[in-house]
Design a protein around this ligand. Sequence first.
Ligand SMILES: Cc1cc2nc3c(=O)[nH]c(=O)nc-3n(C[C@H](O)[C@H](O)[C@H](O)COP(=O)(O)OP(=O)(O)OC[C@H]3O[C@@H](n4cnc5c(N)ncnc54)[C@H](O)[C@@H]3O)c2cc1C
Length: 196
Amino acid sequence: MDEGADYRNYTYAKYGAEILKQPERIAFQIFDQKVLHLLRDEYRIPEVTKVEADTLEELAEKLGIDKEGFVRTIAEFNAAVQDGVFNPSIKDGKCTKGITPPKSNWALPIDTPPFVGYAVTCGITFTFGGLRITPNAEVLDTEGDVIRGLFACGELVGGLFYHNYPGGTGLTSGAVFGKIAGKMAARRARQQGPAA
Ligand SMILES: Cc1cc2nc3c(=O)[nH]c(=O)nc-3n(C[C@H](O)[C@H](O)[C@H](O)COP(=O)(O)OP(=O)(O)OC[C@H]3O[C@@H](n4cnc5c(N)ncnc54)[C@H](O)[C@@H]3O)c2cc1C
């Protein structure tokens, strides 16, 4: 994956899918001292799977990964990093050239020990799958017909996302379709009148 393709919120779901394809569904994140202060607080919780080492070889050993392949990959990556001003708050265009996959932004050489490595895997935010609804939040049956009186919103609605998911849109979808579903259900109740 191009780790510098876009801001975190636009990439984390896609990167998670890539991690799921790896052996044992594990990937390793490597940082040097230049960027540690940029990590989110969740990298500092006591349960974190973190190792630290003064050399890349020792880091590979502690992570239990192929030492030679790791050191060679880091050297190739470092040599591919282009000049430019690193700025994590914009897409700074500081990229790699000549390696696959590329890193399109925020590419800095990994060269300032102690190095830090994290073994990471995936969590589930939501499934992307769920009930099919109309724009009025009415649930559709398997024939595509409205099930009268049944409305849905939030987590159990499917069909909004597929290959990727921009962070924040789960709650936005819940708020938008929640309001619509509530309004439509109230309208239907008014039309039907009080229950006998
Ligand atoms: C780790 C994680 C991180 C996330 N981060 C973000 C984010 O940063 N931004 C974002 O927009 N979205 C995020 N989401 C998604 C977002 O949290 C959900 O889209 C949202 O909470 C869905 O709300 P909901 O009310 O539809 O479902 P839920 O919040 O799941 O509510 C359903 C409720 O129904 C209850 N329930 C289930 N069965 C029964 C039953 N039989 N009887 C009674 N009660 C029942 C459950 O206990 C639960 O309280 C994240 C989700 C996860 C898991």
